[in-house]
Design a protein around this ligand. Structure first.
Ligand SMILES: NC(=O)c1ccc[n+]([C@@H]2O[C@H](COP(=O)([O-])OP(=O)(O)OC[C@H]3O[C@@H](n4cnc5c(N)ncnc54)[C@H](OP(=O)(O)O)[C@@H]3O)[C@@H](O)[C@H]2O)c1
Length: 321
């Protein structure tokens, strides 16, 4: 690939997934335009310390709801990774404004800016939240990319994050159909792994809480997990492979909470684990990343993800040793 073809934009550069994506892009010789809401904020200091960042990472101040700021960041790029999206750590008081609007209008702004800047390919980060919220799905049927979360069901059950990801991803494909823009989506499962940023994001907190909250009881749900480094690889893979098309579920492991807690207890016996696990959890949905694997994607063992996650939380002082 020629040098001029290796200029890409990553939205929400300071986040958990985007930071790893940028690290990998820089290590592969890409020049990256990263968007941040407040480039001066100390919480983004890790980005400037990445290898090759001094020469190849250019940071732009941009908000998803400000079209001109997004356009300025994508101009001159050949590809765009749209990663930014609010990922709440708990329920939010005004989900339409805090979640749906930035996800939906933000995605629209990014895609419109990409059309204007004649971007060759856009990779949109969606989520398995846009896949699995289907009521009464048979337990033994494996979900794939043909599954879309039921929007009304998400609203009715107050799953606003799932709703926001579903409508934003659907909007991305709708926009692609109308405009001819080359759009691919990737739907990661719960993303774990070492953090590059210094404050815990929502998915890392899920694991941190399992280690230190000493919950009275949790449900034995079937967790869908993927390593953040494998997500970054997947995003670059679908960007680079000409034959990539449509959406891709990105999940490495299916594991019941009880098994995950057992694994953690063996590795780290001294933390404050849940005291009891209710046998049948509500979420037993199975899904597969076969489509992504057929494109050449590989994922690392869960134990490596867990150990590297916990060691990174300890290193950052978020967990005690
Ligand atoms: N982590 C997971 O388990 C998981 C699973 C599936 C899919 N995903 C998807 O992966 C992507 C990244 O998630 P993450 O886990 O890396 O979350 P994260 O660490 O919270 O990062 C989200 C980023 O989005 C940015 N953002 C939010 N609202 C914005 C707005 N209005 N304008 C500009 N930027 C905005 C945030 O910027 P600030 O730094 O300014 O707050 C932050 O950098 C999201 O699209 C998420 O839905 C994540």
């Amino acid at each position: 690939m020629a040098e001029k073809d290796r200029i890409v934009c990553v939205t929400g550069a300071g986040g958990f997934v985007a930071s790893w994506l940028i690290k990998l892009l820089l290590s592969q010789g890409y020049t990256v335009h990263g968007t941040l809401r407040n480039p001066g904020d100390e919480k983004y200091a890790h980005l400037r310390k990445l290898d090759n960042a001094a020469e190849k990472l250019k940071l732009f101040k941009a908000d998803l709801l400000d079209f001109d700021s997004i356009l300025a960041a994508v101009k001159g790029c050949v590809g765009v990774f749209h990663v930014a999206c609010p990922v709440p750590q708990s329920s939010v008081p005004n989900p339409e404004v805090e979640l749906v609007q930035p996800a939906l209008d933000g995605t629209f702004n990014v895609l419109k800016a990409c059309s204007e800047a004649k971007i060759g390919r856009v990779v949109v980060v969606s989520s398995v939240s846009a896949v699995f919220m289907i009521p009464d799905w048979p337990k033994d049927r494996v979900m794939d990319e043909s599954c879309w979360s039921d929007k009304e069901y998400c609203r009715k059950t107050n799953n606003w994050y799932c709703y926001s990801k579903t409508v934003a991803e659907a909007e991305a494909f709708e926009y692609a159909k109308k405009s001819g823009l080359n759009v691919i989506t990737v739907c990661p499962a719960l993303v774990l792994g070492p953090m590059l940023q210094h404050t815990a994001n929502a998915s890392s907190l899920a694991l941190i809480k399992l280690l230190k909250e000493s919950y009275d009881e949790i449900e034995n749900n079937l967790r869908k997990i993927v390593d953040v480094r494998d997500v970054a690889e997947a995003l670059i893979l679908v960007y680079e492979k000409p034959e990539a098309k449509g959406r891709y579920i990105c999940m490495g492991h299916l594991i019941k909470n009880a098994e995950l807690v057992d694994m953690l207890k063996i590795l780290y016996p001294n933390y404050e684990f849940p005291r009891s696990i209710k046998e049948e959890g509500k979420d037993q949905v199975k899904m597969s990343s076969e489509k992504l694997q057929k494109l050449g994607w590989k994922y690392r063992p869960l134990k490596e993800t867990i150990v590297d996650s916990v060691e990174s939380y300890k290193g950052l002082g978020i967990l005690w040793s």
